[in-house]
Design a protein around this ligand. Structure first.
Ligand code: ADP
Length: 433
């Protein structure tokens, strides 16, 4: 073989090494992108580092900012199992020097270097000869060190080795940072969940405690309202109205909690939807009349039998009607209609009220969302009603949406399956009986 062949052979071997190195880096990057679990990733990184640099051992040490010490987190090589959690001081150690200077360090003869910390070798019965250490950096912060020990080839560490070690160390640093961020996020979620639990407990205790005295107030106020007339009677009406309003707020809070905790269950019954609509509308008639509003009902002769939870659908209709009356000015109109379309009942609650801007059409169904800012709003309410309505409708496998033009009015449509669970349409059962 002449010298040209030899040179070519060397260049090919060099290129092969480079390809192997690049392949490994690509593999590590792929794993880094596809996993959030740190353990297997760091194992692959240190394993790749020793193989690509032809070294006997590799370790990752992480800096504990509180104690100012470096702790072994992952290692491969002789005795590596004994290294976990072993600490190294920042002073008088090679790893400490790398952390403080923030740059790689190559030592051909470790034992004769004054910075060498011999304690670790003694702990695991290892014989360190040469060291290549690189810092683990996250942005400008050094979070640890990766060290490669004892180059197997005679010629010692090369410039390529420094590059391999630095690239793999950068990937290890990203993986460690990702894991730390994930951990922080998880902790924040846990705290949030705990706060949410405390809030729910508070709501349930508060609403329970408020209900009892309120029932007494309502009882006495209703009784006295029957007995007393004149100005005092009007004042009692105001007391009664406020107490009823308080009760509806407490009911909303209780319902919200039930929805949130998933404690809510359907108590199904077969009943007439037209009857339920007439009943609820009747209850709002007085309120509408007080505002000189006209309430119209457009119902078919078909009783629109449905297999559903009557009380929950009562709540749905009551909330929609209450909003329709509330957000419509005096002399306005409110209309409720219902019809059967195939295996569904379509109910529409329309008003000629203030309307809802387009950007808020979806948002009004989220908890505590109100179109007007709370402090300047003209209408009472907590922004809870529609979120509860939506949950109740969805619990029935139904759907709800709103169409609206600001200044002209709104139309809420509720679509409910005639029978959410039965394959048999219940209208046939009803007509057979
Ligand atoms: P609130 O207790 O505030 O009425 P809801 O959840 O029932 O809470 O409604 C949320 C918001 O949606 C209301 O504050 C209001 O801004 C808007 N909204 C609901 N119904 C109507 C309606 N019929 N007309 C106009 N705006 C409405």
């Amino acid at each position: 073989m002449d010298s040209r062949d030899e040179l070519l052979g060397q260049r090919i071997a060099g290129l092969e090494r480079r390809i192997a190195y690049l392949e490994r880096i690509v593999k590590v990057s792929q794993i880094l992108n596809s996993t959030l679990s740190l353990e297997p990733l760091l194992r692959i990184i240190i394993q790749s580092a020793t193989e690509l640099t032809h070294t006997e051992a590799c370790s990752i040490m992480l800096l504990d900012k509180r104690t100012g010490e470096l702790t072994f987190s992952h290692s491969v090589g002789h005795g590596s199992e004994g290294l976990r959690d072993v600490t190294v001081p920042l002073d008088n150690s090679i790893a400490g020097w790398i952390v403080r200077k923030g740059k790689p360090l190559l030592i051909r003869d470790a034992k004769n270097d004054p910075r060498w910390h011999s304690q670790v070798d003694m702990t695991i019965d290892f014989d360190t000869r040469s060291i290549l250490g690189v810092p683990l950096k996250v942005k400008d912060q050094i979070i640890g060190v990766m060290e490669l020990l004892n180059k197997i080839d005679e010629q010692g560490f090369s410039q390529d080795d420094i590059q391999i070690a630095s690239t793999l160390a950068a990937q290890a640093a990203i993986a460690i940072e990702n894991a730390r961020l994930l951990d922080e996020l998880q902790r924040a979620y846990d705290e949030l969940a705990e706060l949410d639990r405390l809030k729910s407990d508070f709501v349930s205790i508060a609403s329970h405690e408020l209900r009892t005295p309120l029932a007494v107030i309502l009882g006495y106020a209703s009784f006295l309202r029957e007995e007393v007339s004149g100005e005092a009677g009007e004042q009692l009406s105001a007391v009664l109205q406020s107490a009823l309003r308080l009760r509806s707020i407490i009911d909303d809070m209780v319902n919200l909690r039930h929805v949130e905790t998933g404690e809510i269950q359907l108590e199904r019954d077969i009943f007439s939807m037209t009857e339920l609509i007439s009943e609820v509308t009747g209850e709002f008639n007085q309120l509408a009349r007080a505002k000189q509003q006209m309430v119209r009902l457009e119902l078919p002769d078909d009783p629109l039998k449905i297999d559903a939870d009557r009380q929950k659908l009562y709540l749905v209709l009551a909330n929609l009607l209450s909003n329709a009356v509330k957000f419509t000015s005096p002399q306005g109109r409110v209309q409720v209609s219902a019809e059967r379309k195939g295996e569904e009942i379509w109910i529409a609650v329309m008003d000629t009220g203030v309307g809802i801007p387009e950007r808020d059409l979806d948002r009004i169904f989220t908890r505590f969302y109100q179109v007007e800012p709370t402090l300047t709003r003209r209408y009472e309410g907590m922004g809870l009603g529609l979120s509860i309505v939506k949950s109740m409708v969805e619990l029935h496998n139904g759907r709800i949406w709103v169409e609206s033009v600001v200044g002209k009015g709104s139309r809420f449509t509720v679509v409910l399956p005639v029978s959410p669970y039965n394959a048999e349409p219940i209208a046939e059962t009803a007509s057979n009986s």
